[in-house]
Design a protein around this ligand. Structure first.
Ligand code: PEP
Length: 251
């Protein structure tokens, strides 16, 4: 039995005041015990959020990390070991905004994934196709290649205690959502790809769906066999909406 997860990616959003308000809103939510819930604030707010949520069931993650896990001379970057010190339990790796806007390659994503793993934190590996790739019929091949970059370099065992998030780029922040059937088809393909390498790891691997998830569509998506929760962007900035999405994952 896989424990569902709902992860809120706050992206480059928030001021000290709005983050404090969001934390208050989150603390008021009734969250299902059987769902792991995490929020991913900006680096600037991370340790404050971690301190403020200490003692709650909410876990805190980072949206990115450096390619090297230990501290060192790398201006502007944050090492995975520093994130652990800041109270972080998870790290997003390979979000499409970093791949496409900041030019992060598969090999950089692999190095970051390895850095996160080396600290004992949980990497959340984001994969997904663009609209053009979907229309050209390449969805499964694109996602398979992004996943294979990690398993080829680090072995399938690296997916033990890791999470994969399938996020079709065309659905992120657009209000367009993959249908439950479209998402399920990709999730099943991801799980089958891992199962060909290690059936047990595939069975335990949590695969989240991301792309305009909201309270109104969460239950239908999370009801699919291979969808183990969601990675939520915009809707995670509203505590009541996010709470409702978490409750949908617990149904
Ligand atoms: C995301 O950026 O990970 C995301 C899924 O965003 P949104 O929910 O806003 O589409």
């Amino acid at each position: 039995m896989r424990c569902p997860m709902v992860a809120g990616n706050w992206k480059m959003q928030g001021t000290r005041a709005s983050v404090a308000e969001l934390i208050e809103g989150l603390r008021r939510q009734e969250l299902p015990e059987a769902v792991e819930v995490a929020v991913f604030p900006s680096m600037l707010h991370l340790s404050r959020v971690s301190d403020a949520l200490a003692g709650t069931v909410l876990r805190v993650g980072a949206q990115d990390c450096a390619v090297q896990s230990e501290q060192g001379a790398l201006t502007g970057e944050v090492a995975a070991s520093q994130l652990v010190d800041g109270g972080c339990k998870l790290v997003l790796v390979g979000h499409s905004e970093r791949r496409l806007i900041l030019g992060e390659s598969d090999s950089v994503v692999v190095r970051k994934f390895a850095a996160v793993k080396s600290t004992g934190m949980t990497p959340v590996l984001c994969v997904g196709e663009t609209r053009e790739q979907r229309e050209a019929g390449f969805t499964l091949a694109v996602v398979a290649a992004q996943l294979a970059a990690v398993t080829d370099a680090l072995g399938v065992q690296s997916l033990h205690n890791a999470v994969v998030a399938y996020e079709p780029v065309w659905a992120i922040g657009t209000g367009l959502t993959a249908t439950p059937e479209q998402a399920q088809a990709v999730h099943a393909s991801i799980r089958a790809q891992v199962a060909r390498l290690d059936a047990e790891i595939a069975e335990g691997l949590r695969i989240l769906y991301g792309g305009s998830v909201k309270a109104a569509n969460a239950a239908e998506l999370f009801g699919m066999q291979d969808i183990d929760g969601g990675l939520v962007g915009g809707a995670s900035l509203n505590a009541d909406e996010f709470g409702a999405i978490c409750r949908a994952a617990g149904m």
